[in-house]
Design a protein around this ligand. Structure first.
Ligand code: PMT
Length: 220
């Protein structure tokens, strides 16, 4: 029997850095550890939600009381998120999604080139958050913005362009903020309220605060 602010709510959360294969042994990815998304999944489960975590990392243990689905590429992530969109009350895109993938994954291990150069052709991945933003009906959609400059300007643009209800902006050029750390410092933007800057804190306490705001928003 579940209790809490998010009892009977279905929450889908993405976490980690997507993995785009170059060939059978190499890939393109990023520095996301998955810690932020896993903390959100834990915090949502603590509040009684029915949580599905779509994870691009294998470095963290599956959170207790959460359904965890492991994926690698942005395309696989997209498929899972869209499969769960109709049933979801809230969707949180904490994953660091690769904006590009190989135009074609090499079937065999790439060999060293005599020219001393190797050219890879990359094509754009779908913007999953933006596509969820266009497709959603009454799901509460939360995105992140990881920036190294002009945090607020870029974050405001992402909130609008991707039709998110909430955007969690982190300046990942700062120490202890964002990729890999156990701590984070964010500013929360919503359509209706003034941006709110939260103090540097552990990802789990921050996750609890974000989930509290989401529960207020979806419980009306
Ligand atoms: O995983 P950790 O090590 O704990 O680090 C946490 C984090 C820094 C990864 C996290 O706090 C964070 O900021 N996640 C989003 C990272 C990111 O890719 O941000 P972005 O500004 O490039 O993308 C904006 C939003 O669009 C994000 O919600 C992202 O999930 C989404 N996106 C981006 C590109 C794409 N092709 N599809 C997407 O859905």
């Amino acid at each position: 029997q579940k209790h809490g602010q998010l009892k009977d709510k279905r929450i889908v959360i993405s976490a980690g850095g997507t993995v785009e294969a170059i060939d059978p042994v190499r890939y393109i990815s990023n520095r996301s550890s998955g810690k932020m998304g896993y903390a959100l999944a834990r915090a949502a489960a603590e509040q009684g939600a029915d949580v599905t975590l779509v994870s691009a990392t294998t470095q963290l243990p599956d959170p207790v009381g959460v359904t965890t689905i492991h994926i690698q590429s942005a395309q696989e992530l997209s498929e899972q998120m869209f499969a769960m969109l109709p049933e979801a009350d809230a969707i949180i895109m904490a994953a660091a999604v690769s904006d590009y993938r190989m135009s074609q994954t090499a079937e065999n291990k790439l060999k060293k080139q005599d020219s001393g150069q190797l050219h890879l052709t990359l094509v754009e991945n779908p913007d999953i958050l933006a596509q969820l933003g266009s497709a959603k009906t009454n799901q509460y959609l939360v995105g992140f913005a990881a920036e190294t400059q002009n945090l607020m300007t870029y974050a405001q643009n992402k909130l609008k362009k991707k039709n998110a209800d909430m955007l969690v902006a982190n300046d990942v050029s700062k120490d202890q903020v964002g990729f890999g750390y156990d701590t984070n410092q964010v500013t929360i933007l919503t359509k209706d309220n003034e941006p709110e800057s939260l103090p540097l804190q552990s990802k789990i306490t921050l996750a609890r605060e974000i989930m509290k705001k989401i529960s207020v928003a979806i419980n009306g």
